[in-house]
Design a protein. Structure first.
Lengths: 229, 214
């Protein structure tokens, strides 16, 4: 039972990461990952959408006939995103202004209808909830990683404009990683996002290969240990 | 046959039910957030206005004392809003929303505040799509360049010097970007000329509707 849940979490965060492995939701990923705060903002909004839409889709899965399930899922997702957009406009106005069109465009992020159709419509609500949370956090992780990479290389800072999300107290959070840095335009513009994403996927593949290579050497000991437990 | 109709109807009813539910929930959220969103937008506007014109200069409700003019931003279908600052009813300054299409990439929107004596109290770039790292230095968050206009008028520098240095004018261009500053300088000059020639009309109507008296 426990392993089933931990598999959901592992899938979402790493093994089936929506951005690095499934390569879904590339449009917002590439457009909004120019700073950490922008990435975090859109990532959390997407996570919120995934959690709510996955849970709702799972709860209604037995009442909705197969023929109309997709229109119903789209309705659910569109309503959730509209509500999140209004809420962000009301309570995170500065961030809303910066993310702009990408908030309503969460509707078109394929990973949301993808998780609803492939997972939530077939699973219990608690698992669908956890799946939405893990997939969303995995996507946020990708956005924040790419965002910090591009922010450091592009403008030499980290956590710039944190006050848009965390209030006035966060104004001092900005870290000048490289002082007196004139910036590197390529990293801020969309081509830099593609190159950065490519490098991160390569890094992930290297890590996965290394882990796989190391496994055979250890494999006998963990199995015995597991049996003893 | 009957079974098919029944199935179709029930599917339609379920879909309709979900549409109504979705509609209801979004309208509820809309009504809960509407006031807050309007207040945010008002605050954002007020912050921008405060940046271009000191609050001590006027005592009227500048956000609502507006006039819309269609001949300020030539070639745009949307009329330009002008906020009018008054002290005890006497006009002291006007804040014009100036849009220029001459930038490097799309329209540049500016707030241009000018006193009745023709001197600028401040200019800010409100929205633009200029190149990050180059043209975006017109933003106050990125550089002090836009502050060079404070206190300037058509008399100082002289009207023919209202250009960037590369074009023989008074104002600095930005490193790596000439088109953007050229567009901004040109737009501010136009706004000043417009204000000079239409000052009476700008302040004359007390109605804030575009039809009010013109």
């Amino acid at each position: 039972m426990f392993s089933e849940y931990s598999k959901i979490v592992k899938d979402g965060l790493w093994l089936n990461n929506q951005a690095f492995v499934a390569l879904l939701g590339l449009c917002p990923l590439l457009a909004v990952s120019n700073t950490v705060i922008n990435g975090l903002g859109l990532g959390l909004a997407t996570t919120m959408t995934l959690v709510v839409s996955n849970t709702v889709v799972s709860l209604i899965r037995n009442f909705v006939p197969d023929e109309i399930r997709l229109p119903v899922f789209v309705l659910v997702i569109a309503s959730v995103v509209t509500m999140i957009e209004l809420a962000m406009n009301a309570w995170f106005f500065g961030l809303y202004k910066i993310l702009g069109i990408f908030i309503p465009l969460i509707v078109t992020n394929c990973s949301i209808i993808g998780r609803a159709e492939a997972y939530a419509s077939k699973q219990r609500a608690d698992k669908a909830f956890l799946d939405g949370l893990s997939m969303g956090l995995g996507f946020t992780f990708a956005l924040v990683t790419l965002g910090s990479l591009r922010e450091i290389i592009g403008s030499g800072t980290l956590f710039a404009k944190a006050e848009l999300m965390f209030g006035e107290a966060a104004k001092t959070w900005q870290i000048d990683v490289i002082t007196d840095y004139s910036g590197m335009l390529l990293a801020i513009l969309p081509p830099g996002a593609f190159i950065g994403l490519g490098l991160l996927i390569a890094l992930k593949n290297i890590i996965d290969t290394k882990v796989k290579q190391r496994k055979p050497a250890h494999i006998q000991i963990p199995i015995q240990a597991a049996q003893e437990q | 046959m009957n079974a098919i109709i029944k199935k179709t109807l029930s599917a339609a009813a379920i879909l309709g039910g979900f549409s109504l539910l979705g509609l209801g929930l979004t309208s509820l959220t809309f009504h809960k957030t509407e006031a807050k969103i309007q207040e945010n937008e008002r605050q954002a506007l007020l912050t921008n206005l405060k940046a271009v014109i000191p609050e001590s200069l006027y005592d009227n409700d500048i956000v609502n004392d507006t006039i819309e003019v269609s001949d300020l931003n030539q070639g745009l279908s949307k009329p330009a809003i002008i906020y009018r600052a008054r002290q005890k009813g006497t006009p002291v300054a006007a804040v014009m929303t100036v849009v220029t299409p001459n930038g490097y990439s799309g329209n540049i929107s500016l707030l241009v505040a000018v006193k009745t004596d023709g001197a600028l109290t401040g200019v800010r770039a409100i929205s633009h799509r200029e190149t990050p790292g180059l043209g975006d230095k017109i933003e106050i968050e990125r550089s002090d360049w836009i502050l060079a206009f404070d206190g300037k008028s058509l008399a100082m520098p002289k009207a023919q010097e209202w250009a960037v240095k590369r074009d023989g004018g008074h104002f600095d261009q930005l490193t790596g970007a000439t088109i953007t500053p050229r567009a901004v300088v040109g737009a501010i000059k136009n706004a000043l000329l417009y204000f000079k020639h239409n000052q009476v009309r700008i302040f004359s109507t007390t109605e804030s509707t575009p039809e009010g008296g013109n």
